[in-house]
Design a protein around this ligand. Structure first.
Ligand SMILES: [Fe+2]
Length: 140
C-alpha cells in the first residue's frame, strides 16, 4: 500500500540549529505517520483524539526547548514568538474540538500541516541567525 508523504521535508525548512531541526522533523514525522493511517473514507474519533494529544504533547516539549534557547540567546523578539506559540496551543484546541465533533482527523492534519510549515518557514527563520550566532559563540 503506497501513500505519498503528506509533508515532504525540504532543505529550506532547516533553521541550521540542530536540536530545533531535529524536533521540527519529529513533528512532521508524527503528522505524516497519522496521515498514513487515515484512509480516505475512514472517520475515526479515537484517531482524532490520538493525533491531537500526541502533537500537543510533543509541541509542548518543542516550544519549551525553543523558548529556552531564545532566552539564552537573548533573542529580542522572544515575547512575540512565545505569544505565537500560545496562540497555536489555543487554536489547536479549537480545531481539535471541531475535528472530534465531525470525526474528521484530516481537518486536524490539514491545520497542522499549514500551521507548522508557515511557522517554521516564516517565524522560526527570523530567530535562526540569532541562535546560530549564539551557538557559534558557545562553541568557542
Ligand atoms: Fe517557534
Amino acid at each position: 500500500m503506497y501513500r505519498p508523504l503528506f509533508i515532504k521535508w525540504q532543505d529550506k525548512n532547516n533553521t541550521g540549529i540542530e536540536i530545533i531541526d531535529e524536533q521540527h522533523r519529529g513533528i512532521v514525522s508524527i503528522i505524516n505517520s497519522f496521515y498514513f493511517l487515515i484512509e480516505k473514507s475512514v472517520n475515526d474519533k479515537a484517531l482524532c483524539i490520538s493525533i491531537s494529544e500526541t502533537i500537543k504533547k510533543y509541541s509542548h516539549i518543542h516550544f519549551l526547548s525553543e523558548e529556552r534557547l531564545l532566552k539564552a540567546a537573548k533573542y529580542p523578539d522572544i515575547e512575540k514568538h512565545i505569544a505565537i506559540h500560545r496562540s497555536l496551543t489555543k487554536e489547536t484546541e479549537r480545531i481539535e474540538h471541531a475535528a472530534i465533533n465531525d470525526n474528521d482527523p484530516m481537518l486536524l492534519l490539514q491545520f497542522m500541516k499549514k500551521w507548522w510549515l508557515e511557522h517554521i518557514n516564516d517565524q522560526d527563520m527570523l530567530y535562526a541567525p540569532c541562535l546560530r550566532e549564539y551557538e557559534k559563540n558557545a562553541d568557542d
